[in-house]
Design a protein around this ligand. Structure first.
Ligand code: GUN
Ligand code: FE
Length: 428
């Protein structure tokens, strides 16, 4: 039938986040994607509209489709530097990470890491990522080329630093902004899957002039802004010493807060800072695996929820040890030190990230009309049988039992971008 040309029909279970507390679970579900790469139908198999019943069926036994993961904060140059010992944030950054990022002056290194980074993101079921590169303009250009090639949705920017970093990474304020402006011109909205994010690294590596310049550039060009905030006590004390204000106040007066800004960590905010984030509609990327790895502290989940601050989950590789959002969801619970219903981490890893990016009309859940960005996960790898599972147990299996082998296929905008070669059975 003509109207169905380019449609594809999948028969499998559907797990669809709705809010921090709710999701839907359809054990015998159908997902129809159209030629435009959007979801035409998502619901129960028995309610499948007549016009789709003639389509060939792709069945995935004992498998579930859920929205592709959204990694809201991840460092591309640190991909191969995960898990390196560094004592605490500032010693790790200066002793381990800055030398790793300096190697991105070499375009061959930048190319090699960028290729494996995006391939690996897809293998982990991540379909959208907010990415920091290094200070280098060429490395960032290469990263965008590889992002475009990968088919992922990518919000990305070169890091800006003019203060308190090694000579070989330090930029002049003017050149830092000029290079950023060139990259924005080349890459922001270059395709419907690419966005630029102006990326002042964090307060300690930026002059106030650079922070302001970044904010102005983002406002003028309509890009995102990404940076770090309130990650460790030592860092916060250094910020107060240098800038004579709270971290959030500093970003406010520089013009960095707003509905297109995503701030990573926010582990140690004061009450007034949470209010300011809410008032400016600024979003937060919670990075639990990184916070556990560096011993940065416990993210106050309740307070972020109470204040209604938009937040999602980030792996924060390389302080985070893995690109797996499955592991990151689990870490979110471990940080809290209590049992969390799986609906929360599931939301944070998908729809929460979409809301943080202001893209919830297009991604983050399996609702009809959105882009067909979904990951297919295999319950057999979790030693689970779909027919035995309640809705809560199905979500719990995905959040707490799945390991990276559970990712069986990944689709973005209807394109099949990853498929696991062999079915795998049993415990890892
Ligand atoms: N703060 C400034 N830069 C970084 C970084 O690369 N990783 C983390 N976790 N925190 C930062
Ligand atoms: Fe980070």
């Amino acid at each position: 039938m003509d109207t169905n040309s380019g449609h594809r029909l999948f028969r499998l279970s559907l797990l669809n986040p709705k809010s921090f507390n709710t999701f839907t679970w359809i054990p015998d579900g159908a997902l129809v994607t159209n030629a435009g790469g959007n979801i035409a139908y998502s619901g129960s198999w028995s309610d499948l509209p007549r016009e789709y019943k003639i389509l060939p069926v792709v069945s995935h036994e004992n498998s579930v489709a859920l929205p592709g993961f959204i990694d809201l904060h991840v460092h591309l140059p640190q991909f191969h530097a995960r898990g390196k010992f560094g004592k605490d944030l500032l010693s790790w950054l200066h002793g381990v990470i800055f030398p790793v990022e300096a190697a991105f002056a070499n375009p061959d290194v930048a190319r090699r890491v960028a290729k494996s980074f995006f391939t690996s993101l897809a293998m982990h079921g991540t379909t959208t990522a907010m990415v920091l590169v290094s200070v280098h303009e060429e490395a960032t250009d290469i990263a965008f080329e590889e992002a475009r090639r990968s088919g992922l949705r990518v919000v990305m920017g070169k890091v800006n630093m003019d203060t308190d970093c090694p000579e070989d990474l330090r930029e002049s304020t003017r050149e830092s902004l000029a290079a950023t402006e060139r990259l924005i011109g080349k890459w922001h909205r270059a395709t419907d899957k690419l966005w630029y994010a102006v990326t002042p690294r964090y307060a300690l590596s930026c002059s106030e002039e650079l922070l302001r310049g970044c904010a102005e550039l983002a406002a003028r060009s309509g890009t995102y802004i990404q940076t770090h905030i309130n990650e460790t006590i030592e860092e916060i004390e250094a910020v107060r010493e240098r800038f004579r204000s709270s971290y959030t106040e500093l970003y406010k007066r520089a013009g960095l807060l707003g509905m297109r800004s995503v701030l990573a960590h926010n582990v140690h905010p004061e009450e007034a800072e949470l209010e300011l984030l809410k008032r400016t509609d600024t979003a937060v990327a919670h990075c639990p695996d990184a916070n556990l790895f560096l011993g940065s502290g416990k993210f106050d989940l309740e307070k972020h929820l109470q204040h209604g601050i938009r937040f999602g989950l980030g792996t924060d590789v390389g302080a985070g040890t893995s690109l797996s959002m499955l592991r990151t969801m689990r870490a979110m619970t471990y940080v809290q030190g209590r049992s969390l219903h799986p609906a929360g981490p599931l939301y944070a890893a998908t729809l929460g990230g979409a809301v943080a990016l202001g893209l919830e009309d297009n991604i983050g859940s399996l609702d009809a009309g959105k882009h067909a960005d979904f990951v297919i996960m295999d319950f057999t790898t979790m030693d689970a049988d779909i027919h035995d599972l309640s809705a809560a147990d199905a979500a719990a299996a995905v959040v707490y039992r799945a390991d990276p082998r559970a990712v069986r296929g990944v689709h973005i905008g209807g394109a099949h971008i990853y498929s696991r070669a062999e079915p795998v059975t049993g415990e890892s």
